[in-house]
Design a protein around this ligand. Sequence first.
Ligand code: FE
Length: 287
Amino acid sequence: MATYRTLDRAIPAPLVSDGEGVLIHRAFPNHDLSEFDPFLLLDHLGPVDLKPGEAKGFPDHPHRGFETVTYLLSGEFEHRDSFGHHGVLKAGDVQWMTAGSGLVHSEVPGRSLVENGGRLEGFQLWVNLPKRDKMLAPRYQEYESAKIPTATGEGIEIKVIAGDSLGVKGAVETHIPIQYLHFKLADGARHIQEVPRTLNTMIYVISGGIFLDGGFIPEYHLAVLKNDADLVEFSASGDTQVLLLSAEPIHEPVARYGPFVMNTKDELAKAFEDYRAGRMGSINVPK
Ligand code: FE
């Protein structure tokens, strides 16, 4: 029995373009990994330095059946939805959106990023919902950077978005046990994180690199761990930032297409039908 989780594999996050032309390192889905129950997608937006007028976003589109989690490191994103919800995410802020039964929303760069340019970097994670929760009413949990609990260790700072680390509990309520931890590590800093072995676990290297299970995982790579111990151990090579994401798998059939993630093809067809019939609403803002 391993003391620490061992590495299943490390996969690169290739550069892709999505939305109106947003540059993204997409950790998955891709050829190497289609999903990682209950995680459906992990995008690293940028990092990119934008000139005035260059910022692009994701105009009106629907979602049903899962959650989208947006976490910005730099830049500004403005969101609206078909229920009149509106807000602006700034550096360090997180938005945990339960799409549930469905909505139409837009995620576009904030005005100052469009007008003045600047650095854009952030993450979008898609988390599946169990069948019992797929048709819940949409819900937002939004936290400004200052409201996200921080844990500290030797040469380590951890933003605890969900779950817990070093005795600090995250702010977000989740439908299944989930850890979403953002680590900043000084060169050589070592961390041991408790993660029950039933939770599927991965570490995405944002910058720098980590040593884990005798291997090295560089930036823009995703380490997928085996479920063979209750502790994850890693250390930083140079100034490093990583996301540690883990969750209890749902173990239900997944029927997904584009912005909808259901359990059966019939439910997927119903999602498209409801969207086309306008039952997820539409965004009415003066252009
Ligand atoms: Fe979206």
